[in-house]
Design a protein around this ligand. Structure first.
Ligand code: HEC
Ligand code: HEC
Length: 271
């Protein structure tokens, strides 16, 4: 092919991928919906930031974390636990439940595991508000239900790495260098960062309790404001952190009483 044709091709390919990229880069919607729906979106946003303290969500939280502790910037971070486009993947197949689950079910699972708490009832105010907020963050995305896993298109992809090479002894040194200032000598947290192990952390049924998942998340999320670990460092530190003590997950201890598993969404109209 002539050099001109070749250059033309290169330009077209570059232009096309730039266009695809622009199309795929999701953004936070620039306005809340009107009326009560918008109020519920805002309530959900608040609950995502203040999960452990807000009176509606606090009874269901068993540690010192908020959703935003891992879903950075309230889930608007493009990489670390992003909620952008997430609703488009649901309902999705969940191998763990051996069932198709809804976005609401997925939210409630994070309460039981990552928040080490009790599953709020389906249809409860807290669960509806958070699900509404996450759905709002997917405004404009095309439905693309996930038939393999309950994960959205922007979930943290697992790093390619030989996990048998993750070295917790090295990880302890890495933790001291990069993490200790904010997360504390004994992992119990400081004013600058939440606990990463111990009784106030995520339990061993949470996604982050798996070394590959934690390492992949650290690679895009930590140290906060400067995620710069190498794959090896992320793997080593993840192996170190996940060797420490944390709450044990037993499903029965995280379910509400049977009669509280679901609520009918109804409120009498004001006279
Ligand atoms: C300790 C960290 C942590 C906390 C706290 C946490 N999550 Fe998660 N959550 C995760 C991880 C890890 C995943 C898997 C995401 C991935 O692989 O990208 C996840 C997945 C999810 C998903 C599915 C995302 C997708 O891509 O489909 C939703 C929805 C979700 N969490 C909601 C919540 C809500 C709501 C809260 C607060 C009540 C919460 N999470 C608290 C770590 C956490
Ligand atoms: C400048 C302070 C700072 C540094 C340094 C830092 N973090 Fe964090 N980290 C945070 C904050 C703050 C959050 C919660 C994010 C939020 O609420 O916005 C967090 C969240 C986390 C979480 C998820 C929530 C939890 O507590 O389980 C983990 C895991 C974590 N950091 C691990 C690390 C590791 C490992 C390092 C070192 C490689 C590190 N962080 C370095 C401040 C920091």
């Amino acid at each position: 092919m002539s050099i001109h044709r070749f250059l033309l091709c290169v330009c077209m390919v570059t232009a096309t991928s730039a266009w695809l990229l622009a199309e795929e880069e999701p953004t936070v919607p620039n306005a809340y919906p009107a009326g009560p729906l918008g109020e519920v979106v805002r309530l959900g946003e608040q609950l995502v930031y203040e999960t452990k303290d807000h009176p509606l969500s606090k009874p269901f939280v068993g540690n010192q974390l908020n959703c935003t502790s891992c879903h950075l910037d309230g889930g608007t971070h493009p990489d670390a636990g992003s909620f952008l486009q997430t609703a488009a993947a649901y309902p999705a197949w969940s191998p763990r439940e051996n069932r198709v689950i809804t976005l609401e079910d997925r939210v409630l699972n994070c309460f039981m595991r990552s928040q080490n708490g009790i599953r709020p009832p389906n249809g409860s105010q807290v669960s509806v508000a958070i699900t509404t907020y996450i759905t709002w963050l997917s405004t404009g995305s095309k439905i693309q239900m996930n038939e393999k896993k309950p994960l959205g298109p922007r979930h943290v992809p697992e790093l390619e790495f030989d996990w048998s090479k993750a070295n917790p002894v090295q990880g302890k040194e890495g933790y001291k260098t990069y993490c200790l200032d904010c997360h504390g000598q004994d992992g119990q947290g400081t004013a600058d960062g939440p606990p990463v192990w111990g009784p106030q952390s995520y339990n061993d049924g949470a996604g982050l309790s798996r070394v590959p998942k934690l390492a992949s998340w650290l690679k895009v999320g930590m140290p906060l404001d400067d995620p710069s670990l190498t794959k090896q460092e992320a793997a080593d530190i993840a192996a170190y952190i996940n060797r420490q003590q944390r709450p044990r997950f037993k499903l029965e201890e995280h379910l509400p009483k049977a009669e509280r598993l679901g609520e009918y969404n109804f409120e009498p109209a004001q006279p």
